[in-house]
Design a protein around this ligand. Structure first.
Ligand SMILES: Cc1cc2nc3c(=O)[nH]c(=O)nc-3n(C[C@H](O)[C@H](O)[C@H](O)COP(=O)(O)OP(=O)(O)OC[C@H]3O[C@@H](n4cnc5c(N)ncnc54)[C@H](O)[C@@H]3O)c2cc1C
Length: 446
């Protein structure tokens, strides 16, 4: 495709956010009689679904301790539900299975899900939790569990298929998607607004830029000359200066190469996505040694796309300063950030801890490169905001495959209809101390 010298809206990144925004923006402009897809150009340096969206486990849930996150997820789940076939969405539900240390946090999530009309069942107490889980899987055996939150909506979607589904919706609206084109800089006008997007294939003048580049956000952030370190007003009321804006975490995921049908429920149905956190000691399924005696967690689901039971465990924070982290080559191609034998051992032992059917299955773990890094903000929650007057940055802090609805809200915001769902994610929250509450989960994204 020959690049235009001018287009109204340039969207950088053909992942979940770039494509959802492009699709909704085109639709919005058309409905309002203000233009349409011909005004929107998506650029991607590699390909559609080449980033985190294309390797995501694909879990879609509401289970968040932060009220603002829950409201946003409920909105996103309704977008997933609007066209399950195009998005390759499997509405099997989601379960958060927790130890006593998380009981009160999860109880408050359950209460607030009721308030927003998000259907879930909440089971409390060790015996009732065990009985509920055995009602689903007769081989359930996880210890240290005192609550079960069973979300009836959500589930998972197949990563690349859903992104191609989004791309088709955008293209059906007339959006152009140009791949193999890397954004390398911006020219700004005297007021500081972006007037030109510079690429390795030429310059494109534009009225507005949307940035949806997932793990590469720091690179574009730097090109926009936004701050590498920020001040955060803490819960103590004091201003903490010099906090790095970006940090990377390495996600630990893999697949057990069993028949996905192995993980059916007692009544032969495909089960909800399972997420278990516990403080019970985890012993090796190979030799009985202690794997960990600290709070740990895993998630898993049968998945034909991955060819087995796929899932992950807690990510780890990459200590290297963000400037020095090699984002490329990304995902399974990275020499630095793929999971190793330790992950396989821990995760397979944890599967066996939860369900007897997984005992002795470590030899079936697929020894293929998996995992990938995510870019997290200073408080681990998303930033959705406008910078330099006309550059909208969608930085989901790695929460975001499930957030298919954010692009809809961003498109409305760009067209002048701001949503209160986005307000808690503005950049100003750091300086104002309007931080999201944090939970007792061992994951940075709960
Ligand atoms: C292993 C793993 C598992 C995950 N599992 C889940 C999950 O189960 N559920 C969930 O909700 N979230 C999950 N996430 C998080 C989720 O995948 C991301 O938050 C989300 O996909 C980010 O979407 P995005 O559109 O912002 O970016 P991406 O999908 O990463 O897309 C960004 C695109 O921008 C392009 N790009 C980058 N720089 C440039 C440039 N300079 N010029 C042009 N193009 C550029 C890239 O090529 C890429 O295609 C997971 C993440 C990982 C790594």
């Amino acid at each position: 495709m020959a690049l235009p010298s001018h287009v109204k809206y340039v969207v950088i990144g053909a992942g979940i956010h770039g494509l959802s925004t492009a699709w909704h923006l085109a639709e919005n402009l058309r409905r309002r009689g203000l233009g349409g897809g011909q005004d929107v150009l998506v650029l991607d340096k590699t390909a559609i679904a080449a980033g985190a969206s294309g390797i995501a486990c694909g879990v879609i849930r509401n289970n968040y301790f932060q009220p603002a996150m829950r409201r946003l997820m409920a909105h996103s789940v309704s977008v997933w539900e609007s066209d399950p076939a195009s998005f390759s969405y499997h509405p099997v539900g989601y379960m958060q299975i927790s130890p006593e240390v998380m009981h009160e946090n999860v109880a408050s999530i359950a209460r607030q899900q009721k308030d927003i009309g998000y259907e879930s069942v909440f089971i409390e107490g060790e015996a009732d939790s065990m009985a509920y889980m055995k009602g689903l899987f007769d081989d359930w055996q996880a210890k240290g569990i005192t609550s079960v939150l069973h979300e009836k909506r959500g589930g998972y979607a197949n990563n690349t298929k859903s992104i191609y589904g989004l791309a088709k919706k955008a293209e059906d609206e007339g959006v152009r998607i140009a791949t193999g084109i890397k954004v390398t800089g911006f020219d700004k006008d005297a007021s500081g607004a972006v007037k030109t997007v510079i690429t390795d294939r030429g310059r494109i003048d534009c009225d507005f830029v949307v940035v949806g580049v997932g793990p590469w956000v720091k690179q574009i952030w730097d090109m926009l000359e936004l701050p590498a370190a920020i001040a955060i007003k803490g819960r103590d009321g004091k201003l903490h200066e010099g906090v790095p804006m970006w940090v990377y975490w390495s996600l630990q995921e893999g697949t057990l190469g069993v028949d996905p049908m192995l993980q059916r429920t007692n009544d032969g149905k495909m089960p909800p996505v399972i997420h278990v956190d516990t403080d019970a000691t985890l012993f090796s399924d190979v030799d009985g040694s202690v794997v960990t005696d600290r709070l740990w967690g895993i998630y898993y689901k049968p998945d034909f796309n991955f060819g087995g039971v796929q899932g992950g465990a807690m990510p780890y924070r990459i200590k290297t300063p963000a400037d020095e982290v090699a984002v490329d080559p990304y995902g399974p191609d990275s020499p630095d950030f793929i999971v190793g034998d330790d992950f396989a051992h821990m995760w397979c032992s944890a599967l066996a801890f939860c369900q007897k059917r997984f005992e002795g299955k470590l030899p079936l773990y697929k020894k293929e490169p998996s995992g990938g890094i995510g870019s997290f903000t200073a408080d681990n929650f998303p930033v959705f905001d406008r910078f330099c007057e006309n550059a909208y940055v969608i930085a989901d802090s790695n929460h975001g495959y499930k957030m298919i609805g954010v692009g809809k809200l961003v498109a409305e915001d760009i067209c002048g209809q701001s949503s209160e769902l986005l307000e808690p994610f503005r950049f100003s929250r750091f300086a104002e101390g309007k931080l999201h509450p944090s939970s007792n989960s061992p994951f940075p994204w709960s």
